[in-house]
Design a protein around this ligand. Structure first.
Ligand SMILES: Nc1nc2c(c(=O)[nH]1)N[C@H]1C(S)=C(S)[C@@H](COP(=O)(O)OP(=O)(O)OC[C@H]3O[C@@H](n4cnc5c(N)ncnc54)[C@H](O)[C@@H]3O)O[C@H]1N2
Ligand code: MOO
Ligand code: MG
Length: 422
């Protein structure tokens, strides 16, 4: 008699996996190599930005008090006693009715409190001494960029676990991070199991298929921020598969297999977990696709038995493996980001299990819309190419109608969610 498996809810299954979530190791990499990596420490402003008051325009630094009462009828003349470009510092004292020619970004001389742009003054020269005539009052602080206006020292700017993007690169450089503290990428091993599998360079044969899961999972691992190591495919032969898994487990942080987790005669993973002495966290989840997803635990390492069916394999990874990788990368929002969306098509079949249909979401005037990205069956591979979301349809007996509000999990969004399963 075949083993009867009792399905547990997706939420329960994710909770069981997340009990093993931990922050990974840290390393420092050159700023040249950190784009796309995940910060393992918060980035805190270690000084004010800007760190001095500076001119926001090309013009003249003045003392606003000198221009009190200036008007068209009563213009005021200031003697220009120095000139500074960005990076230069004025060494002179600026006295009554004196000004300094100043360029954008240059430090405001300490005796001045405002800048007037070139465009609004009249320039002249007498006895080789330049002067300016101004016909209006200028308020204190005009045309300045103030110390700390951008950010004040001590502020937490970017939290650990955030993926470094071009804007964060600018912050790292601003605060002098020549070396950047990032999470070490976990190493995820992959075996594709199945006697029917051909490698990508092999011609098709009767009864055989090309192994697509390994390449898909490698790309999903990279998208999650980890390093995939593909150990090749395994025939459905117990001793060979067992020995190979046992050997490679030592060299990885997580081991993924695809296929062989259901109840078929050649589904060997349940017996392999037993022989390895691994604790199986679950082997049936009330979800489709991916109901056979199995996760086991051995000596601090997780073993993922993802389904052989491509769509089930894909979804199993995104729901159960990605958050473990993201926690490893220090994220406090490790799960896929969830968002409300409007169902773009009827989905009228009853669901005994929660359904995650591979979807294409797009913005319209009234919000995010979701439509299937292809046929909704777990053995389908083509729908995956166009999926940028998984639409969650909780189990019900009536199905769902076009226009209904649903939740989607966004596959490409960098910022995840803390817990999308409530
Ligand atoms: N009696 C039952 N049969 C099945 C059940 C069940 O509950 N009772 N569950 C079904 C569900 S649901 C799924 S999903 C599949 C899961 O099968 P396995 O995870 O055991 O995977 P395999 O049997 O090895 O393969 C399934 C399918 O996927 C193809 N495959 C396998 N590896 C790859 C690969 N690397 N690239 C592309 N395609 C692959 C394989 O050829 C099979 O067609 O079980 C149902 N059966
Ligand atoms: O695990 Mo299966 O994907 O539910 O079709
Ligand atoms: Mg099977």
């Amino acid at each position: 008699m075949v083993e009867r498996r009792i399905p547990i809810s997706v939420k329960e299954a994710v909770m069981r996996v997340m009990k093993f979530a931990k922050e990974g190791k840290k390393e420092e990499v050159s700023i040249y190599e950190c784009n796309g990596r995940f910060l393992c420490e918060d980035i805190v402003a270690n000084h004010d930005v800007p760190s001095f008051d500076r001119s926001a325009y090309d013009g003249f630094a003045i003392r606003s008090v000198d221009l009190k009462g200036a008007s068209k009828e009563k213009p005021i003349t200031l003697s220009v006693i120095d000139e500074i470009g960005a990076g230069q510092v004025c060494q002179k004292r600026i006295g009554e009715y004196e000004a300094v020619r100043i360029m954008t970004g240059a430090m405001l001389p300490s005796d001045c409190d405002a800048v007037v742009m070139f465009e609004v003054v009249k320039e002249g020269r007498e006895n080789d001494q330049p002067y300016i005539i101004i016909d209006h009052e200028v308020g204190k602080g005009t045309n300045l960029s103030f110390q700390g206006e951008d950010v004040k020292k001590g502020k937490v700017l970017v939290e650990k676990g955030t993926k470094i993007n071009p804007g964060i690169m600018a912050l790292l450089a601003t605060f002098g991070y020549e070396k950047v503290p990032v999470a070490k990428k976990p190493i995820i091993g992959i075996f594709a199991t199945g006697t029917e599998l051909l490698e990508v360079d092999e011609p098709l044969e009767k009864g055989k298929i090309r192994n697509s899961n390994a390449y898909m999972i490698m790309a999903q691992i990279e998208r999650a921020g980890a390093i995939p190591v593909y150990f090749g495919k395994l025939q459905d032969v117990f001793t060979v598969s067992y020995e190979a898994m046992k050997e490679k487990l030592a060299s990885v942080d997580i081991l993924i297999t695809t296929g062989g987790v259901s109840v078929g005669d050649y589904d060997l993973l349940p017996a392999i977990y037993k022989e390895l002495g691994a604790e199986v966290l679950f082997n049936k989840v009330a979800m489709r696709p991916g109901s056979v997803t199995t996760v086991a635990h051995l000596d601090g390492k997780l073993l993922y038995g993802l389904s052989g069916n491509p769509s089930a394999c894909y979804v199993g990874f995104e729901i159960f493996t990605k958050p473990i990788i993201r926690r490893y990368l220090f994220s406090s929002k490790p799960h896929l980001q969830s968002a409300p969306a409007i169902l773009g098509e009827d989905f009228l079949t009853a669901n005994a299990f929660t359904r995650f249909f591979r979807s294409t979401v797009s913005w319209k005037e009234d919000g995010l819309h979701t439509v299937p990205s292809g046929v909704d069956k777990s053995n389908i591979v083509t729908s995956l190419a166009f999926a940028n979301a998984l639409t969650i349809l909780p189990s019900n007996s009536t199905g769902y109608q076009k226009g209904e509000r649903v939740n989607v999990l966004l596959l490409e969004e960098e910022e995840g969610s803390e817990w999308p399963w409530n």
